[in-house]
Design a protein around this ligand. Structure first.
Ligand SMILES: [Mg+2]
Length: 269
């Protein structure tokens, strides 16, 4: 026998029988949360959006014929101007809450999120505070239209005020969710009292009603159908850490394991 053969055989066998490399065990949103908390890029992306929104705000205020909401009816020119904002990951930064989920290996629940809202510890999304102060200084009413539970509307207003946002009733309204998630009907109500000059959000539904059960292909179609609005009437902030895009990929009644499998199945390689 060749003197090296037993050694070679041993190495081959060892290769065959070695345990596979350990799977990477991290929370699904780890990178997204870190990007939002730590990167320079997230902050400048948000500031870029708000800087562009400020330029369009000036143009929209100067042109009474402009209205940003699809729900706006006739006679808007005579109404006082408003900007409609989403709250979470649009003006308030909840990444410390998201970080807790990642650190403890847990997932979102409404009670846990509402408890976080009551802590009033959310930060400001980069660029949001300056934009809101500027808009308010131009006499624009700020509408914070959120799917946070209506029960935490006061805590939300208080959190905004602590950060320096114009949040008193004379300058701003916080409208929470007391019924359906679709923001369309609540936007329509706002349009009855104001000319909505801009919409700012991080989810497609912050701009347009999205039919229940829409998959991401349908959601992209809806976004494309309103192509002329983006960057003019509608301004979208980046949020990779959660959202309707993710809910469209999973089964809310499925287990974590099943839903993770669904997500891997949705990867395009
Ligand atoms: Mg949001």
């Amino acid at each position: 026998m060749h003197p090296f053969r037993p050694l070679a055989l041993l190495l081959v066998l060892a290769g065959c029988c070695a345990a596979p490399p350990p799977a990477r065990v991290t929370h699904e949103s780890l990178n997204a949360v870190l990007w939002m908390q730590a990167s320079a890029e997230y902050a400048v992306a948000c500031e870029t959006v708000y800087a562009a929104a400020r330029s369009e705000l000036d143009r929209a205020l100067a042109d009474a014929a402009r209205a940003a909401a699809l729900e706006q009816g006739e006679g808007a020119a005579a109404l006082p101007p408003a900007v409609v904002f989403d709250v979470d990951e649009t003006v308030l930064d909840n990444q410390r809450f998201q970080a807790r989920l990642a650190a403890t290996g847990t997932t979102f629940s409404v009670p846990a999120f509402s408890a976080w809202c009551r802590e009033e510890q959310a930060g400001a999304v980069p660029g949001a505070l300056e934009f809101c102060r500027y808009a308010s200084s131009k006499g624009v009413f700020l509408v914070f239209l959120t799917n946070r539970d209506a029960a935490v509307a006061d805590a939300t207003r208080s959190n905004l005020a602590k950060l320096g946002f114009p949040a008193d009733a004379a300058r701003a309204a916080v409208i929470g969710k007391s019924g359906e998630s679709d923001k369309g009907p609540r936007r329509r109500e706002v349009c009855g009292k104001h000319r909505v000059v801009l919409l700012v959000g991080d989810q497609l539904q912050d701009f347009v009603s999205v039919p229940k059960g829409s998959d991401n292909a349908r959601r992209r179609e809806l976004a494309a159908a309103n192509a002329a609005r983006w960057g003019r009437d509608w301004f979208a902030l980046p949020n990779p850490s959660y959202g309707d895009w993710e809910r469209a990929l999973v089964d809310p009644k499925g287990t974590d394991e099943e839903n993770l499998k669904r997500k891997f199945g949705a990867l395009r390689q």
